[in-house]
Every structure is written in C-alpha cells, then in structure tokens.
Design a protein around this ligand. Structure first.
Ligand SMILES: [Zn+2]
Length: 151
C-alpha cells in the first residue's frame, strides 16, 4: 500500500485546513494561520474508533479529519453487513477520514440527539457539523461516493 506523503488536518481552533507533511506529523505540528497545535493523533489509526455518549465531542465534533460514524447495535442484522465495510474504509482512508462506530443501545443520548430511528445509520461530520446521513445497509460504493467531497 502506498504511504501518504502528507495529510490534511483541520485546526479545531480556527477551522483552517492545514497540509502536514508525513514526516512532520510526529513532531508538534502547528496551524499555519493561528499557531494552535494540530491534533494528529488519529492519523495513524487504521481501525474504527469506538464513540460513546461520553467521548462524542472530542472524538467526533473536535476531530481534525472528516468523520464517518456507523450507528449500530449488536442485534441488528444489516449492521453486520456494514461493519466489515467500516473496517475496510478505516484502513483505506487512514489519515484522511476518521471512521467511528457508535453502539446506539449503549449510547442512547447521541442516538436520540441525531434522531436515529433505524439502524444502521451512517452519519458524516466535518468541522464539527453533521453534513450527511445515510440510512440502511448502503453499498460501499455509495458510501465512497457520498464521502468523495470530504476527502
Ligand atoms: Zn488555526
């Protein structure tokens, strides 16, 4: 797999997108506009991150990358089709998109905040805002198409 030579990281202080060379990610990267430190800790993550009611703000709303959030539950059959796609996308989009999973049974606050009435539901966040909603076990191609403008 080709390694990325740079990453696009949003500054969560001023909202500016910064391009960070891969060899600068480990040292403290700063926003070119306001000088705030950039959050680069998620860039190496190739697996979906577990999001809860408790860590939603830091994991999703303050993410320096666009977020693809899979809202699911263990008893849900169609969710089992989407789960492996999330694993693949987390690996394929490593450093570009933060792929997350929210168990709606264990985290009812976020489930009701975003009015999730059927699962699986995929929510796309960018810069702390909900941008897109995909309801149902949508094919991987459709997820990729919907995410295209955030990549
Ligand atoms: Zn900034």
């Amino acid at each position: 797999m080709a390694t990325q030579d740079s990453y696009v990281v949003r500054c969560m202080n001023c909202g500016t997108k910064n391009r960070v060379p891969a060899d600068k990610v480990d040292i403290s990267a700063k926003c070119g506009k306001c000088g705030s430190p950039l959050n680069t800790e998620d860039l190496g993550n190739a697996h979906p991150a577990a999001v809860t009611d408790g860590n939603f703000d830091t994991q999703v709303l303050k993410s320096p990358l666009p977020v693809l959030l899979d809202c699911w539950a263990p008893w849900c059959g169609p969710c089992k089709m989407v789960g492996p796609i999330m694993d693949e996308l987390a690996s394929e989009w490593r450093g570009r998109v933060k792929v997350c999973k929210l168990n709606v049974d264990e985290n009812p606050i976020m489930g009701s905040k975003f009015q999730i009435r059927s699962i699986p539901t995929l929510l796309i966040f960018d810069n702390g805002r909900l941008m897109e909603t995909l309801v149902g076990a949508v094919p991987k191609e459709q997820i990729i198409q919907t995410m295209a403008r955030f990549l």
